[in-house]
Design a protein around this ligand. Structure first.
Ligand code: CA
Length: 234
């Protein structure tokens, strides 16, 4: 039996399935697929996934109907569901939440955003199943092994830089002030000067600076720092 959390992807766009599968497997999930609504119900009943990523527009049965039926069955009643909707389906979106989806994302969405939502749902519902591996862009963090890799190469971090990265990677794209980073990494009861944060961010940057790859940490003047995969991707 696999100890990896299982995610069912119910989606009919082949390219998106491939992309989702790649990213979810990389993040430590076991991935199942269903390309229409009927199949989604069948796979869900047979395999009892830990989480379902459900597209709104599916052949045979719509995502909303699949959602309703999953909620109506004893064995899938509590399975977390993240709904994918297309732009402009505002009312549908709200109905989706009423029907019992735990979260939703509007297409096109960033993979980082989806993975962050997935982790949040997994943590909330089954903390023991949340994977220990986090990835953003070409940075991979294995919390169980306490290891970091960038573009496939091992990165050696001091304990403070490791904690900094761990905090930033939880909230990709979000800007943290020096004070917020101090609280998160050093703790609020320790007196550390704000510029200490700059020193450690500098070290983290240097460590992550594998040859030929972009700086993933964005400095926002007078605001703080963020870890940004958009900066890495372009
Ligand atoms: Ca679709």
């Amino acid at each position: 039996m696999s100890l990896k959390p299982t995610v069912l992807i119910a989606e009919d766009e082949g390219a998106l399935i491939t992309l989702l599968r790649y990213n979810l497997e990389r993040e430590g999930y076991r991935v199942l697929e269903a390309q229409d609504g009927e199949e989604a119900l069948l796979v869900a009943a047979e395999e009892k996934p830990d989480l379902v990523v459900l597209d709104w527009m599916l052949p045979q049965l719509s995502g909303i109907e699949v959602c309703r039926r999953l909620r109506g069955r004893q064995e899938t009643r509590n399975v977390p569901i993240i709904m994918l909707t297309a732009r402009g389906e505002e009312t549908d979106r709200i109905r989706g939440l009423d029907t019992g989806a735990d979260d939703y994302l509007t297409k096109p969405f960033s993979m980082t955003e989806l993975l962050a939502r997935l982790r949040a749902v997994m943590r909330r519902i089954r903390p023991s199943l949340a994977p220990d591996t986090v990835a953003i862009g070409d940075i991979e963090m294995d919390r169980a092994a306490h290891r970091v890799r960038r573009a496939g190469k091992e990165v050696h971090l001091g304990p403070t830089e490791y904690k900094l990265l761990d905090h930033l990677i939880q909230h990709p794209g979000r800007v943290f002030s020096r004070e917020q980073l101090l609280d998160a990494v050093w703790g609020s009861d320790v007196y550390v000067e704000a510029r200490t944060v700059d020193v450690h961010v500098g070290r983290l940057r240097k460590a992550l600076n594998v040859e030929g790859v972009r700086d993933p940490i964005r400095t926002v003047r007078s605001a703080g720092y963020s870890l940004d995969d958009a900066a890495m991707a372009s």
